[in-house]
Ligand binder design. Structure first.
Ligand code: T3D
Length: 257
């Protein structure tokens, strides 16, 4: 069984973490396979990327058996070669990346989800910053994204105490976009995916860029960035189509360009 499943339909790339018997915990092979899958999402004809898990989990983070395996990659390589490239690839993709958290998301599994542009979860999903329980610090971008999502106080507590955060609570505190009842989850995810794949993809990419730049910019710098990126958005065919469709009182037919 491949550790990562990859398929493209209707301009949506679907990546499934696929080691269900290990709750989709990451080993070296799976981390590299995820990197490859993310690289396959770079072409413009893919307009939305979905990352989810197979079976009952999203991902339990690092495969702890690999960490203690003398033949394993060793701690010094795990972040620099496995997770950091994954986070960077997701961040750099010029299209929306949707994390579909179908079950437990722990450690690096949680933080890979949180670095995605939009995170949705099923009601039964839980998020755990599991690192403190084994003496590690949060990684895979967790110390960057979580405080920005929920504020420093809440992030510190969740990271130090390693609480299990249920999907409903995760939505309430702004950690994720939305949670859905398990029975409705699949349909709701499909609706969001389809919507994203039919939107002005280049405009969404510039939006993603502007949000990322805001993390370190001053207001004047950010206003200048908005100006520059808006010029680019305004030069797209989708902008012309959007305005034309509005004036003609019809649905826009965006091509992602
Ligand atoms: O260099 C570095 O390593 C730094 C990188 C760090 C990145 C990280 O992600 S560190 C954090 C690693 N993850 C964890 O500490 C989470 C460990 N897992 C758990 O705490 C629990 O499994 C869960 C809360 C996620 C789920 O609990 P539960 O009760 O639903 O399932 P379970 O029974 O604990 O697990 C089911 C199976 O999956 C079990 O295998 P078995 O006994 O049926 O053969 C369990 O051992 C396996 N499993 C779960 N998590 C991992 C794992 N196997 C390897 N590694 C795991 N992380």
């Amino acid at each position: 069984m491949p550790s990562i499943l990859f398929e493209v339909t209707d301009q949506v790339a679907r990546i499934t973490l696929n080691r269900p018997e290990k709750l989709n915990a990451f080993n070296r092979e799976m981390a590299f396979a995820l990197q490859n899958a993310l690289r396959k999402c770079e072409p413009d004809d893919i307009r939305c990327v979905v990352i989810t898990g197979s079976g009952k989990a999203f991902s339990a983070g690092q495969d702890l058996a690999e960490v203690v395996d003398p033949a394993g990659p060793g701690m010094s390589k795990i972040l620099s070669e496995h997770y950091n490239p994954v986070i960077q690839l997701i961040s750099d993709l010029k299209k929306p990346v949707l994390a579909v958290v179908n079950g437990v998301a722990a450690g690096a599994g949680a933080n890979i989800a949180l670095c995605c542009d939009i995170v949705v979860a099923s009601e039964s999903a839980v998020f755990i910053q599991a690192f403190s329980k084994i003496g590690l610090i949060p990684d895979s971008g967790g110390t960057f994204f979580l405080p920005r999502l929920v504020g420093r106080q809440k992030a510190s507590a969740l990271m130090m105490l390693g609480d299990k955060v249920k999907a409903e609570e995760a939505e309430k505190i702004g950690m994720i976009y939305k949670y859905f009842e398990d029975a409705a989850f699949r349909d709701e995810v499909e609706k969001i995916t389809k919507t994203l794949a039919n939107m002005p993809t280049a405009g969404l990419a510039y939006t993603k860029m502007a949000i990322q730049l805001s993390a370190t910019n001053t207001l004047p710098e950010q206003l200048a960035n908005e100006d520059a990126l808006q010029q680019k958005a305004a030069a797209t065919a989708d902008f012309k189509e959007g305005v034309q469709a509005f004036l003609e009182k019809r649905a826009a037919n965006f091509k992602g360009k």
